[in-house]
Design a protein around this ligand. Structure first.
Ligand SMILES: Cc1ncc(COP(=O)(O)O)c(C=O)c1O
Length: 364
């Protein structure tokens, strides 16, 4: 008997999430310094200090300094905040806490972040897809029509990978219709780069907001995210979370990142990234057949080129890594660039320019 016959039926045909780091490993790039522009990370990190003398003890499940820090940052009560191993774990906890295997569904609006569907499928939860319409806006009527068939609706704002913000009136319409029917989960992983937030909607008991330290805070390697919601929802998630979800160093660093100085550094880095992004955008549109897709409310730019395979190969050859998004619906021939430092962006732009001038003849 093959060991494979023991695998859970709903897991057999699953395909793991093709994360940026699974596609190109940081450890396998040889001597030349690679340029990482494929995971929407911040381009630079910061030093933190650690006192390891208490690491003989298990950490708190929800370390107070972290919860209090995030509550202060968002103006919420501590009872509305849950910290987890990245926003990805927040997605998973919501699915595990609210959905029943083999019975319930979640709703997603593709093209969007891949982990909602993958997380659901690993727990044998169905996924109903209502594609974005009209330049990547919510198809409100179709979403509302499905509300009795789903336990939660995931809305990504700003949306990854399109960089668009769903219209606030549309989100409000979904929230109003979902009352007493489904949770509305608004993923704000990129909120610090955008001009608006969903926090105000937390006055509704069925609204959940996801946040992370992976993007604007420059701490993707830390794996630390937040779920913001009514205390009843937070209490439910605490029933399914692991006893020690956050390693002690993670909690210590997160608390420092959320300090007054940490927040100031984050805001300065966000302003720098947005300025770099604006400069890159202007130049990018002058190159080859590049056509911008969506909007730029996050720290990334999505574009279309008929030469996407050749361009990707050229960049990989020079150890500059961006992300192919062309398998997503409506994103044929689309590539996504995470905004890097001025130097990284300049290197990318010069390679793209080189590609179009030297050949640019092999269409995807
Ligand atoms: C929209 C969105 N949500 C959540 C995440 C995951 O965040 P974390 O690193 O906190 O797990 C990402 C990461 O790329 C993302 O793009």
């Amino acid at each position: 008997m093959s060991i494979l016959s023991l695998v859970a039926k709903h897991v057999v045909n699953l395909v793991p999430y093709a994360s940026a780091r699974r596609l190109f490993k940081t450890s396998e790039q040889g001597a030349a310094k690679p340029v990482w522009l494929n995971a929407n990370e911040a381009p630079t990190g910061k030093q933190y200090t650690l006192d390891t003398s208490l690491y003989n003890r298990y950490p708190d499940c929800q370390p107070d300094a972290v919860i209090a820090g995030y509550a202060r940052y968002t103006g919420l009560n501590k009872e509305q905040v849950l910290v987890s191993r990245g926003a990805d774990e927040g997605i998973e906890l919501l699915i595990r806490g609210f959905c029943e295997a083999g019975k319930d569904n979640i709703l997603i609006c593709p093209p969007t972040y891949g982990m909602y569907a993958i997380s659901a499928r690993t727990f044998d939860i169905g996924v109903i897809e209502i594609p974005l319409i009209n330049d990547f806006q919510l198809d409100v009527d179709q979403v509302i029509a499905q509300l009795d068939n789903v336990k939660m609706v995931f809305i990504c704002a700003p949306n990854n990978p399109t960089g668009t913000l769903p219209a606030r009136a549309d989100i409000e319409a979904v929230i109003a219709a979902a009352k007493d029917r489904a949770l509305v989960v608004i993923d704000e992983a990129y909120v610090e780069f955008a001009q608006e937030t969903a926090l105000g909607w937390l006055e509704h008991e069925h609204v959940v907001v996801l946040r992370t330290l992976s993007k604007a805070f420059g701490l993707a390697g830390l794996r630390c995210g937040f779920t913001l919601a009514h205390p009843t929802i937070i209490e439910t998630l605490l029933k399914v979370i692991a006893p020690y979800p956050l390693a002690a160093p993670v909690a210590d660093i997160a608390a420092q990142a959320l300090s007054f100085g940490g927040l100031a550094a984050m805001r300065a880095q966000v302003n720098q990234i947005l300025a770099n992004q604006k400069a890159m955008l202007t130049q990018l549109t002058t190159l080859g057949d590049i056509e911008l897709v969506g909007a730029q409310h996050g720290n990334f730019i999505l574009f279309r080129t008929a030469y996407k395979d050749g361009l990707m190969a050229h960049l990989v050859e020079h150890k500059v890594f961006i992300r192919d998004q062309s398998k997503q619906p409506q994103l044929e021939n689309c590539l996504r660039i995470s905004t890097g430092t001025q130097e990284e962006n300049a290197k990318l732009l010069s390679l793209i320019e080189q590609f179009y001038t030297t050949q640019g003849s092999t269409r995807a």
